[in-house]
Design a protein around this ligand. Structure first.
Ligand code: DGY
Length: 328
């Protein structure tokens, strides 16, 4: 009888996904909701050929060196800043993520957060629940306009484009963006989107949405100097990674009303939230749920599992990040 390769599922996963993986592998599953500590992860990975992770497990060069049997790292996320991709590639460890299946769902949420932020929805609900709704007044909880305004997108990948589409066609917004490379001309024309310098994006956007990948280069790329360029009426929405924004600088800008409001789904050091943000009325805070609908999370979980099965059975993984290790 063939011995099945051993794998670790590092976080609680859907039953159907565990069943799929069990057909091919000897599965060790950490079923708890608290992530394994780095030490626990290293210990549980001994002798494992593959690992199924989420964004809460860090895969470092040191970890890879301590787990020489590891051949595949499959994350149930589109972002992969928690994985040292170069270190994996150097050790011929296949890495995969889950693009595409979460694009529209995440864009829906990004737009919802923009709306909630601009129209002060959380502030209004808090006030109502606290018994603070006394009467109608002409300027009561008056927020910022959304339709017909300028939507700025920093990071115009698949999710950025899906948000731009919502803004352009649902809300007749003018779309500007900043990205390392320009969009193909056909997509720019479809969205009537204009690529601008980062400073111009900051100066012109009425609503600025951050959707760029997190890296050493994008760390705190929205800090005091950038916030100072934004309109005092502008809103900022972050659905990418917390580390992109200097949260102390953002809290100061919000407190001093140098920008109108912010909507944040991601935080540097989450699940801890910068206490300065928690005290401010003009920020909408959500717990990293932009891709969280049941169909989308199931699609992400299955795609991560399909990548793992393929990577360890000699098939082509559907969404590899370093396919070069397969042909090396
Ligand atoms: C992703 O897929 O990168 C999300 O941020 C995790 O839900």
């Amino acid at each position: 009888m063939d011995v099945k390769p051993k794998i670790l599922v590092a976080r609680r996963a859907p039953a159907a996904v565990l069943e799929k993986l069990s057909a091919h592998f000897d599965v060790d599953c950490h079923a708890g909701d608290a992530p394994l500590s780095p030490e626990e992860l290293r210990a549980r990975l001994q002798g494992k050929a593959g690992v199924y992770i989420t964004g809460t497990e860090r895969i470092t060069a040191e970890l890879l060196d301590a787990c020489p049997a590891l051949r595949a790292v499959c994350t149930m996320t589109v972002g992969y800043n928690h994985i040292d991709l170069a270190a994996c590639t150097a050790r011929r460890v296949l890495v995969s993520n889950t693009p595409d299946v979460l694009t529209e769902t995440t864009a829906d949420f990004g737009f919802a957060l923009l709306m909630a932020t601009a129209r002060r929805m959380s502030e209004g609900e808090r006030l109502l629940r606290d018994g603070g709704w006394k009467s109608w007044a002409w300027d009561f909880l008056a927020g910022s306009e959304v339709h017909g305004t300028t939507l700025g997108i920093l990071g115009m990948g698949r999710i950025g484009q899906a948000i731009a589409r919502r803004g352009r066609f649902g809300f007749r917004m003018k779309v500007i963006y900043h990205n390392r490379s320009p969009l193909p001309a056909g997509i720019e024309a479809e969205l009537d989107a204009r690529r601008v310098a980062k400073d111009e994006l900051l100066r012109q956007a009425d609503h600025l949405v951050l959707v760029l990948p997190y890296s050493a280069e994008s760390h705190h790329c929205i800090a005091a100097a950038e916030l100072a360029l934004m309109k005092p009426t502008a809103t900022l929405v972050n659905i990418a990674r917390g580390g992109i924004v200097d949260e102390d600088a953002l809290a100061a800008a919000l407190r001093e009303r140098r920008i109108a409001a912010a909507g944040l789904d991601v935080f540097e050091g989450e699940p801890r939230v910068n206490p300065a943000l928690l005290t401010l009325p003009n920020v909408v805070l959500t717990p990293h749920i932009a891709s969280a609908t049941m169909p989308t999370r199931l699609a992400m979980a299955h795609l991560a599992a399909d990548n793992l099965v393929a990577a360890l059975t000699g098939a082509a993984p559907p969404t590899p990040l370093n396919p070069e290790v397969l042909s090396a």
